[in-house]
Design a binder for this molecule. Sequence first.
Ligand code: SAM
Length: 293
Amino acid sequence: MGKLSKDKRDIFYRRAKELGYRARSAFKLLQLDTEFDLLSTATRAVDLCAAPGSWSQVLASRLSHNSTPTQTPKVVSVDLQAMAPIPGCEVIQGDITSVKTASSIISNFSGAKAQIVICDGAPDVTGLHDIDEYIQGQLLLAAVNITTHVLEKNGTFVAKIFRGRDVNLLYDQLRILFKKVSIAKPTSSRNSSIEAFVVCQGFKGGDFNDLPLEGGFNGGGSGGLREHSMKPTDRDRFAVPFIACGDLDGAEGETPAEGFLDADRSYDVDEGAEGLKAVQPPIKPPYETALNK
Ligand code: SAM
């Protein structure tokens, strides 16, 4: 399938290129921000699993509006893959499930902590749902662990989740660390995708090791950094608000002639139009070795 047909197939993919974002995911964060007001005051942020970098682009741009003479914005962006530089972001290449990477991120916040941590992490999907959910669960665990070290009290944590079997336990666990937990599905995320985003507000502080991990975080009991025999009590169980978010504002107020942006629809592009170039081609893709053989 050529570039142009993907442009037609996915309006957010095309729109991202028109607006200079490295990935269509930018709209997910923009729509979450519109719904939850995540970034209007933040000056320090961590973007976990950040490549190719569209969420970091949004952070760098939004946080630059909040800078003051005494507060220079700080964005730390982390990914397994090499990531092309983004002005205003410090890039760390590493695996967020490794202690080395976690320590390197944490060392950046020995002074003032971050007000927001976001994680759009996703493994290379195998198509085997249990395995994909398990690995996604491990990423989430690692992200929560790092978050408890770098997030300031009352801070916000946003992460991609796959809505699987154990999702209710996940909500319960996050509620132990945060005052408010919501699940959101931006309209830029396709209906056909099981992804959603957990938006956790009002960090209470606390230690990751105090979390009851048994059977939780989609990853099963063996996945936790430390096993815990306790499960959230019935008292901790509650209904999590599920919020569908995003409208025309999700494309930064630019209304396309077609009207409402639908992630699941194919759009026509002008006859003779050419596919738009990638904003930032991958700088060291894993398939490079195979191509060079
Ligand atoms: N939010 C990004 C953006 O807007 O450009 C897109 C993120 S992409 C959906 C998921 C990323 O998770 C990939 O770049 C992948 O390399 C990263 N990832 C997966 N597992 C990881 C791990 N263990 N540590 C760090 N990054 C990881």
